[in-house]
Design a protein around this ligand. Structure first.
Ligand code: ZN
Ligand code: ZN
Length: 310
């Protein structure tokens, strides 16, 4: 029928198209936005007269840049990590006997772990439960949540943790930036030196540039902050209900209780969260490290291919 478990595959790890123009554009926009925010915070907020002499200046500079660093590391991991691409078999599979009951011998019938495997006609391969085909990556991805142009990658079983961490640090950086801009603008530490320096630099023109940068950063922070908070909330709901957006849509269309991969699992919420963030300490959930990764932490695992008979 098909290859045995462990058969060589045509393409093992991550596959799919990464040359999606929208994805590349969103990646560039992300780096540009983060770089701009860091520039405005340092150049037009913290290093401005009235604040740069304060001890708070180096403190906020280090704290903000640490958050930005975490944001970039999580983003990079989400971009380059394998989301859980289903490997392709080395040789083309013959699915002609799929509907034939004769192929379902006793051993196969007993193979409980294989009963939810399905066939992807586009990848022409078997895929584990909850795997779905991504039309942009052109591959099936395990527990696919959605394809995200902001990471130019699918969000799936193996990189969802990094994606959520990226959202978390982006939200945190947005809040921090908003707080710094507003606090230093409305309540400068040394109001007299700020106004003196403003006058020495020509006053109005320099001030206008600074105000323009601050307003742009405020708008950027509000837009990105709200955007990532909504997605962050959706991600958490999707995890604790054990239903990806793809499954939600499918179940809504079918208008019936989810037969698999849905909230029927009745797993405790903490167990569902651990499947995504790993079984390490909760503090590890905030770091894009392997020690708490689902793979290392004992998340859901599948055999390489179902134990089909050759
Ligand atoms: Zn597929
Ligand atoms: Zn994709």
């Amino acid at each position: 029928m098909g290859p045995a478990a462990g058969a060589p595959c045509r393409c093992g790890g991550q596959g799919g198209s990464r040359a999606d123009p929208c994805g590349v554009l969103c990646l560039l926009l992300t780096y540009l936005s983060v770089g701009y925010a860091d520039y405005v915070i340092l150049e037009h907020v913290l290093l401005q007269p009235g604040f740069r002499g304060s001890l708070w200046c180096p403190f906020h500079a280090v704290a903000f840049n640490l958050i930005v660093l975490m944001l970039l590391v999580c983003h990079t991991r989400a971009v380059f990590a394998d989301p859980g691409v289903v490997p392709l078999p080395d040789t083309a599979l013959d699915f002609s006997d799929l509907r034939s009951s004769s192929c379902k011998d006793a051993a196969y019938q007993k193979s409980h772990s294989n009963e939810d495997w399905t066939v992807c006609n586009r990848c022409e391969t078997y895929r584990p439960p909850r795997a779905h085909h991504c039309r942009i990556c052109h591959r099936c991805v395990r527990r696919m949540d959605h394809h995200c142009p902001w990471i130019n990658n699918c969000v799936g079983e193996l990189n969802q943790k990094y994606f959520i961490q990226f959202l978390f640090y982006t939200g945190l950086a947005s809040l921090y930036a908003m707080g710094l801009v507003l606090a230093t603008w409305l309540w400068p530490i040394d109001r007299s030196s700020a106004s003196k320096a403003s006058g020495a630099e020509g006053g109005v023109p320099g001030d206008r540039v600074q105000i323009a940068h601050r307003i742009i950063l405020l708008v950027e922070s509000i837009l990105f902050g709200l955007f990532v908070m909504v997605i962050f909330y959706d991600q958490l709901v999707s995890i604790i209900t054990d239903e990806t957006p793809v499954e939600q849509l499918r179940n809504r269309l079918l208008k019936e209780a989810p037969p698999r991969g849905g909230s029927h699992t009745r797993k405790p919420k903490i167990a569902l969260l651990r499947e995504v963030f790993g079984r390490g300490f909760v503090i590890c959930w905030f770091f894009p490290c392997n020690c708490s990764s689902p793979a290392a932490g004992g998340g859901p695992s599948y055999s390489y291919l179902p134990n089909y008979d050759v």
